[in-house]
Design a protein around this ligand. Sequence first.
Ligand code: NOJ
Length: 557
Amino acid sequence: MTKNSQQERNWWKEGVIYQIYPRSFKDTSGNGVGDLQGIIQKLDYIESLGVTMVWLNPIYESPNDDNGYDISDYRAIMKEFGTMADFDELLQGLHKRNIKLVMDVVVNHSSDEHQWFQQSRSSRDNPYRDYYHWWPAEKGKPNHRWSFFDENSDAWKYDKQTDAYYLHYFSQKQPDLNWENSKVRQEVYDIMKFWADKGVDGFRLDAFQYVSKDITFPPFPEGYDINIPNVIKYHGMGPHIHTYLKEMYEQVLSKYDVFAVSEGVGSTLEDAHNLVDEDRKELQMAYHFEATDMVTTLEKCTLAQFKESFTKWDRSFAEKGWISIYLSNHDQSRFVNRYGSDKPAFKDYSAKMLNTFILSMRGTPYTYYGDELGMTNIGFTKIEQYKDIAAINGYKKAATDGEDLDLHLKNLNLLSRDNGRTPMQWDDTNNAGFSSETPWLPVHENHTTVNVANQQNDHNSVLNHFRKMVALRKDNLLLVYGEYEIIQEEHPTIYAYSRTLDDEQMKILLNFSELTSKINLSNLVQIKEVLINNYNELLIDKNTITLQPYQAVVLKF
Ligand code: NOJ
C-alpha cells in the first residue's frame, strides 16, 4: 500500500481493543458480580479511552467452573450478567459510539452441563454420543493426555454411566467437543451466525489450536517431555485444523464484515502464518504466548529475551499475516508486576511505559481493563484466598507431587490469574465503586489512589497517558503499518525501535529498568517533536539521550 508496507488496510488492523472481564467490571445488581448493565453504565468511560473495539470474556450461560469458559448454552446470557435485552442494549450502545464488539467463542469444549453432553453421556448409542471424545473402558485405560486444570493433570475422566472415559483438556467440567463430527462443526457455525446476525463484529476463538487432534490418541513418543510446545504439538494443531477453518471462513467469516482471532498460533511461526495469512482464507489474526510465557517463575524474563521475541514476530509478519500485541489478559497477572515495577516510585511510570509499548508496535493492540490505570497484582499469600480453578487445582497437584509449597505459593502470588481479575477500580470508596456489596474477588487496597475518579482529571495520570497514546495511534497510520526496526538491540536497559512509513519516522525509546540509562543516537538534531513523554523533561545532550527509570518517549523525525 505504501513504500514500506505491503499490508492491506483493514479496520481490525487499525483498531485498538479494550478487553473487559465482565465479572469484574461493574456490578449494578448488587450481587458482587459485574454485569452487562454495568458495562452499559460505563460506555461513556469506554468511549473516552478512544478504543475502537471491546472484547468481552464469555457472557453465555455457564455453571462457572472456569468463569464462563464452560458454556452450557451458547445462545443465552449468563443470568448473573443479565438478559439478552441487556446484550442488545449494550451492542447498540457500543455501535452508537462507533465501537465494535468482539465475542469470545469457546468451542474446543463445552460445559458438562450443556445439553449436548448430558445427552452424550446418557448412553453409548445416543445421537449426541459423537459430539465428544469417548473411550470405552473395555479397551483399557486410554493413553495419557495432559489436562490444564485437572488436579492430576489427567485429561481422561471415567464416567460410570456408560463405562467409558471422556476427554477434557481443561477441567473435568469442560469436556472437549469432537470436531471430527461435521454436526458439531455445523452447530458451531450456526452459533457464530446467530451472534453475527445480531451484529457482533469479531470472534476470539478460545483454545482453538486444540480443536483438531489425533483422535486415535497414540502413546507419546519415547522421551516425551511435558512443555508448552509439546503440549500443543501432541494435543492440538491436528491434521484437520485448516480444513475446519476454511469451512468456517466459507460459512461464516466471509459472509459478514467480521474478523476472527485465534487464541494460540501452534508451535512455530509457520503454524501461525498458516492460520492467518490472507491468501489462506482462514483467520484474520492470532495471538502467540511467547512473551507472556516467558514469565513463568519469579525470575521473570530478561529484556534481551523480550526484545528478541517481539522483533522475531514482527519480522515474520511484516509483509503477510497479522498478529495481536498484548502483555496481559484474564489469564495473566498484571503487566506492571511482570514487566515493570509495582514499587511506589516506579508503578505509574512503568505502567505508562508498557502502554506506550503496546500502542506503538505493529499488530492490533489489546489493553486489558485496569491496565489503563496501572492496576497491580493483589498478591494473595494463602491458597484459601484464590478463586481460580487453575490456582486451586494446580496447588493440589503440587501438593500431590511433593513440590515445595511455599515456593509454589510465591509463584502464584506473582503469576496467578486472580491477580488480573480483581474488580475495576472506579473510585476510592469501600468496594472501589465496583459494587454496593462484597465483590466476588476482593478489591486491591491501592484502589484508594489507583482509580478512575482520581486519574480522570490529572493530565499526568496513567489513564490520560493511555488516552494520549491511543489518540496518537489513531492519528498515525505509521504506528499501525509502519516498518519496525530495532535500534541497538544489545542495549541492556533500553528497548528502542523506529517505525517508518513513507517519509515519516518515529523513534520509540523505552527504559525498561529502574536505572537512569543513556542511549546514543546519531541524528538527534532532526527531532521534529517529542510526541509522548511520561516525564516532564527529556535530557538530550548532543547525541545522547538520558532516560529516567521507566521513561518512555515517542519522538517524531
Ligand atoms: C483459554 C482462556 O483464555 C482461559 O481463560 C480458559 O480457562 C481456557 N482457555 C479454557 O477455556
